[in-house]
Design a protein around this ligand. Structure first.
Ligand code: FPP
Length: 249
């Protein structure tokens, strides 16, 4: 009897692959605490975090997620000690340098969102190179948020629209939500359906603040370096069991 029960019981977090969230956004938090718990340096935590990212990118592409946006470095992260900023930058460099090779045959397109003008010329060149070399891929779009801040993004959009208005190209009455969306880094990309934050923190921390107006949020205590495919399935399962009403009934 127990045997048959086991056979027919629905597997834990069995998801419906026909109803996947189109766009998943992730705040990859907890690298520092993961390292601290093991008596290791924060930079080792970020390295493990970067390895987790590689696995999760591959997994999301394999199951058919169309857009994945990850918060790699915020406009506020410059406040961290220089040694930590340097180690994050060198990990990014490594990630971007190896992205072509690592993602070869994986059909992932890479796009960097954020104000890259403050990053080193080498990283700027690498981001442009990898965006160009993966631009023909038709699978998942991976948005890496680098020196990204939601308020900064909205401010830039407002300034650009104000300039177009001042130049007489548009009138103030033409400004609508779509125009603002079209002036964000994520222009042309659907808003995230599901936003995940790891490590037990329950904040947006200036990530996709315009775009996440109707996103489903999913929080887990799991620290980012420990985040596994099973956790992603758990998040998607939770998402598929939510009732999205967009303000309706
Ligand atoms: C938060 O952990 C994480 C970050 C500030 C950076 C995220 C970076 C990575 C996952 C690795 C590098 C990314 C790429 C694209 C190669 P935290 O340091 O705030 O952790 P804590 O809250 O436990 O201190």
């Amino acid at each position: 009897m127990l045997f048959f029960k086991g056979l027919f019981r629905k597997k834990k977090h069995e998801i419906d692959y026909g109803k996947l969230p189109e766009h998943i956004a992730i705040i990859m938090d907890g690298n520092g605490r993961w390292a601290k718990k093991r008596g290791l340096s924060r930079s080792i935590g970020h390295r493990e975090g970067s390895n987790t990212l590689k696995k999760i990118v591959t997994f999301c592409e394999e199951i058919g997620i169309k857009y994945l946006t990850v918060y790699a470095f915020s406009t506020e992260n410059w406040k961290r000690p220089k040694s930590e900023v340097d180690s994050l930058m060198s990990l990014l460099k490594e990630y971007l340098k190896n992205a072509d090779k690592e993602l070869s045959g994986k059909n992932v397109r890479i796009n960097v969102i954020g104000d890259i003008s403050r990053l080193s010329p080498e990283i700027q060149a690498l981001t442009k190179k990898v965006m160009k070399s993966t631009s023909r891929n038709t699978g998942m779009l991976l948005n890496i948020a680098l020196n990204y801040g939601g308020r900064d993004e909205i401010l830039k959009a407002v300034k650009a629209i104000a300039k177009e208005t001042a130049a007489g190209k548009i009138s103030a009455d033409d400004i609508d939500e779509k125009m603002i969306s079209d002036h964000l880094y994520t222009s042309g990309i659907p808003d995230p359906d599901l936003l995940i934050r790891t490590s037990g923190e329950k904040r947006l921390s200036n990530f996709l603040i315009w775009q996440s107006a109707y996103s489903e949020f999913w929080f887990t205590d799991v620290l980012w370096p420990d985040f596994k495919k099973e956790n992603m399935l758990e998040a998607i399962y939770a998402y598929q069991n939510r009732d999205r009403r967009y303000g309706g009934i």
